[in-house]
Design a binder for this molecule. Structure first.
Ligand code: ADP
Ligand code: MG
Length: 649
């Protein structure tokens, strides 16, 4: 849009007052503006990046529209960004020949924020001003950054829709904005005129603006003219051979395409010719946006067709579990003139996707092998999302290669291993890869289910994330080894593996199996319907008893998940296993042998059962447990005191 000599006052004078409309900014925007104008003292130059990025988006949209043979206004205009500095009057103007805005779009797009999580974002911004300035653009509130440096903004815009007139939007960034009809001779696109604050007058100097553009906007795919001279290179580096691209350029391009300030953790530059043709350049960012409160729809791929951007944040190019990946995919063989809906079902695109996903997972595997520390960072940030890929059957094995777990052999909760490492060091007689879910390392280390594994030095993967309950069984096998939840393991098979070192057999009470069976039956009588059955345990070493699932194939953790999903569901029926070599069980047997109906045995049984429920995470009635406990303690103290009376020290 061409700038007039002095449009600053012209519009106000030529338009009658009645045509002017005043609007209040949405409350969130007022808060945001307040922070932007009053307390962000650094990084003011980012407003230039944000305005250029909006201009480039607007050009993408206009070009895409005309590519689809839709009629647009001022068709003859080139797609460019023009920037003018007026050092004398301290004005910076950034114009584009893009899609423009209708009056309603002006009100909707720059006046309200529709995105969820905005108020959280504003809170974070207010808390840690310095480091969060860079989030502004990512959060889709980039336009407002103009008020960091501008005391007043005049935005003239004319929509690409044929017949739409131009409008002039003005605001000083306090509470409201005004819209009046724009100049009759305005052309398609948007022009943002920034009247700079005293402290930000540097942005009216050509050299400062130039270096800012080169810092942030070098890769904008449209010519940027600063005072009529082109200042950016126009290179599609993803189309160049790998050998021609320098490491620095890769990093610089990432910062541009992902709107990031941090460097990426890794990148993959891949081009293919036959049977399908595409270029791709993918990156893994250092931090995960979902962890920062962005929605799950924050996909990071820009889809190009013959160098033309057809979709930023494309949701159908890579599977959802790679939504944290940022970058570009560009193909000459996709149709340009196609709707986004049709693109979703394009068979060619799904072939490209398949190749890229396979290669990308392979790239991660190589990184895992060569530079584990870096891969670990990727896992820590994005692993939670990556795991969702267990449902992608076609890439199951490659995904399994890059999963990491904490394990019983790790020295602490931060040490992680891959399934491949597990398989390499597993016992030759092991039936499969064992894992167990639990809320924490501490909980798993004391889980009675693992006692058998511990004494045999069998490694068990520790799973802390509920999704692992789906991921691991979902994989079924890894390198021909079955994935088995440790509480579902075949005890007789486990026993084929010898106990490590010598177990201190002597200390353990020797109880006859038949007697112990009788006790088990009495315990079942006492507990009645609460348990499915009571039997002697094969798996316990140090604990007196354990509750195990009555349904084969469903782990205890899975039962918990099912329980959570259905609030009305009764706690699942469990089988109680008792360890006849444990002193408590041996003593209970003695009580039983003295008096089969012993009320003390009854109470102890109930309390033992409560404690197992508690360990298992299914305790539903804490009152009964607590009161029972108190009765038991009363009895116990009484007994100790009576003992003392009998035998003085
Ligand atoms: P975002 O760019 O992330 O959507 P912004 O705050 O930067 O957030 O911009 C808000 C909206 O205002 C944009 O989505 C767009 O609809 C509109 N807009 C901003 N600048 C322009 C422009 N130069 N041309 C057309 N529309 C624009
Ligand atoms: Mg923007």
């Amino acid at each position: 849009m061409s700038d007039k000599e002095n449009p600053k006052t012209e519009n106000k004078q030529t338009q009658s007052k009645s045509k002017s409309e005043k609007f209040e900014f949405q409350a969130e925007i007022r808060q945001l503006l307040d922070i932007l104008t009053h307390s962000l003292y650094t990084h003011h130059d980012i407003f230039i990046r944000e305005l250029i990025s909006n201009a480039a988006d607007a050009l993408d949209k206009a070009r895409f529209k005309s590519m689809k043979d839709e009629d647009i206004q001022d068709k003859e205009l080139n797609y460019t960004i023009n920037i003018e500095t007026d050092d004398k009057n301290k004005i910076l103007t950034i114009s584009d020949t893009g899609i423009g805005m209708t009056k309603q779009e002006l009100i909707d797009n720059i006046g309200t924020i529709a995105r969820s999580g905005t108020s959280d974002f504003i809170k974070t911004l207010a808390k840690d001003k310095k480091d969060n300035v860079n989030l502004i653009g990512k959060f889709g509130v980039g336009f407002y950054s103009v008020f960091m440096a501008g005391e007043r903004v005049e935005l003239t815009t004319k929509s690409a829709i044929p017949g739409e007139p131009a409008y002039l939007w003005t605001s000083d960034g306090s509470g409201s904005f005004e819209i009046i009809p724009g100049p009759k001779n305005a052309k398609r696109g948007t022009s943002v005129k920034v009247f700079l604050r005293k402290d930000d007058e540097e942005f009216a100097e050509e050299n400062n603006v130039k270096s800012t553009i080169q810092k942030y906007s070098n890769f904008v795919p449209y010519p940027i003219h600063l005072n009529r001279e082109q200042v950016n290179k126009l290179s599609a580096i993803w189309r160049e051979p790998r050998s021609a691209v320098k490491e620095e350029q890769y990093k610089e391009f990432f910062k541009f395409i992902a709107n990031e300030t941090e460097e990426p953790l890794t990148h993959m530059h891949l081009s293919a010719d036959v049977p399908i043709q595409f270029h791709s350049l993918l990156y893994v960012p250092k931090s995960n946006r979902e962890l920062m409160g962005f929605g799950k729809d924050d996909f990071g791929i820009s889809l190009f067709v013959r160098r033309v951007l057809v979709e930023g944040h494309a949701t159908d190019v890579l599977p959802g579990y790679l939504r944290f990946v940022r970058g570009v995919i560009d193909s000459d063989d996709l149709p340009l003139n196609i709707s986004r809906e049709a693109l979703q079902h394009n068979p060619y695109l799904s072939k490209i996707e398949k190749v890229i996903v396979g290669k990308f997972l392979g790239h991660l595997k190589t990184l895992l092998d060569k530079d584990f520390e870096t891969y670990k960072k990727i896992w820590e940030q994005h692993g939670r999302i990556l795991k969702e890929g267990y449902t992608d059957y076609a890439h199951k094995d490659k995904l399994a290669d890059v999963l990491l777990f904490n394990s019983s052999k790790s020295k602490d909760k931060d040490e992680l291993i891959s399934l491949s490492t597990y398989v390499d060091r597993m016992h030759e007689k092991q039936e499969g890869i064992y894992f167990l879910s639990g809320p924490s390392r501490e909980a798993l280390e004391t889980n009675p289910n693992l006692e058998m594994f511990r004494v045999r030095d069998i490694e068990v993967l520790y799973c802390y994330d509920p999704i692992d309950e789906f991921v691991l069984p979902g994989l079924i096998e890894y390198k021909d080894k079955k994935l088995i939840s440790a509480d579902q393991a075949d005890v007789s098979k486990l026993k084929e593996i010898p106990v490590k070192g010598d177990e201190k057999k002597e200390d353990k009470p020797q109880v006859d199996k038949q007697d112990a069976d009788k006790l088990a039956r009495r315990i079942k009588d006492i507990l009645g319907d609460k348990v499915e059955d009571v039997r002697l345990s094969e798996r316990l070493v140090d604990s007196p008893a354990i509750l195990v699932g009555a349904q084969p194939g469903i782990s205890s953790q899975m039962e918990k998940i099912m329980q959570m999903m259905d609030k009305d569901a009764k706690p699942p029926k469990r089988v109680m296993e008792i360890n006849k070599e444990h002193p408590l069980i041996a003593d209970m047997l003695q009580l039983y042998q003295k008096d089969t109906q012993s009320p003390v045995l009854e109470r102890i049984t109930n309390r033992l059962y409560d404690s197992l429920l508690l360990l298992d995470g299914f305790l539903t009635d804490p009152h009964e447990m607590a009161l029972g406990q108190q009765t038991l303690l009363t009895e116990y103290t009484k007994m100790i005191l009576q003992e003392k009376d009998k035998t003085p020290e």
